[in-house]
Design a protein around this ligand. Sequence first.
Ligand SMILES: [Zn+2]
Length: 372
Amino acid sequence: MRTVFHDLPAASAGTQRRLRSLHFGRAESGRKAYIHAALHADEVPPMLVAQALIERFSALEAAGAIAGEIVLIPMANPIGLAQDVQGSAFGRFDMGTGLNFNRQFRHLTAALIPLVEPQLGADRAANTRVIRAACRQLLAQVQPASETAALKQLLQTLAMDADLVLDLHCDNQAVMHVYTGTPQTAAFQPLAGYLGAQALLYSEVSGDDPFDETASRIWWELAAHFEGRFPIDANACLAATVELRGETEVAHDLAEHDADALLAFLRHLGHVEGLAPPAPAGCEPTPLEGVEPLTAPASGILVFAKTPGDWVEAGELVVEIICPLTDTRTPVHARAAGRCFARTSRRFATRGMRLAKVAGATAYRTGNLLSP
Ligand SMILES: [Zn+2]
């Protein structure tokens, strides 16, 4: 295992934060997998799963079973991790800018097209190398304006030439679920099966450029743009966001299970030698455009009728809101049938607050599809 410490530019005089990347394998096969934990820094389950992965990857490396390279960032966001506000962790948004740490990564397609066009040819694998080199070039050209921008640039640079990118998160209260790009849904079905995911959500463009999508979307966009002229692997980088249940589900048995599932998927794709176990069938993929984010039409005490993992019929009660000023009771129903896969951990709602998410089978939403 090779350990690299990356110093971030100090945000203010007298401070210094650093990122640790662990590099396993021999980097011989040209294959690369990239996994990081807790880009939203208050999401702890991924960090424990990374600990379990370190043990597994170290043993596999010692056994010579990693021919390619596996890059693991066991803690992806030291900036957010330090944002403790009067006893509460505040790791989802950068306090300096208010921006979500998992949004506004650099989507490179438009800049890549003119840059790679003169260099592309008839060889698909050579085209992949050209595009990856161009990605590195474009990312290196920008001088990051802040510590957070530098962190994002560093993470994106470490991931941009990988064949597989896994961004490990968790939700408030949730069952295991996975987000990926529409063209990659079938490729991630085995992962959903290994993990025991209860929702596999796909979208072509989910909005605001989250990390995983930035790594994968360029490929199918470039493949479409140059179709008929140059062969480009539309799935040269498979990328997904894995939501490892709810934020308090930090336990060794869960982390061991999840690390085994991730490892099975790495074997399935050939990043680790050895036979992958057969993947359980898993859940039916559903469009991100079909996820109903139930929001509070009124303020009040939240009494949930549904728990993550429950099936919800169309029109069924998910949560009741009781106003302590007027005693008014407001039921919140699901518009369509689907799997309730996440809900807030708070039990008092302000008007407009997101309360729960139900994965329906039919797309109906447009625009920005992710939570703020
Ligand atoms: Zn997250």
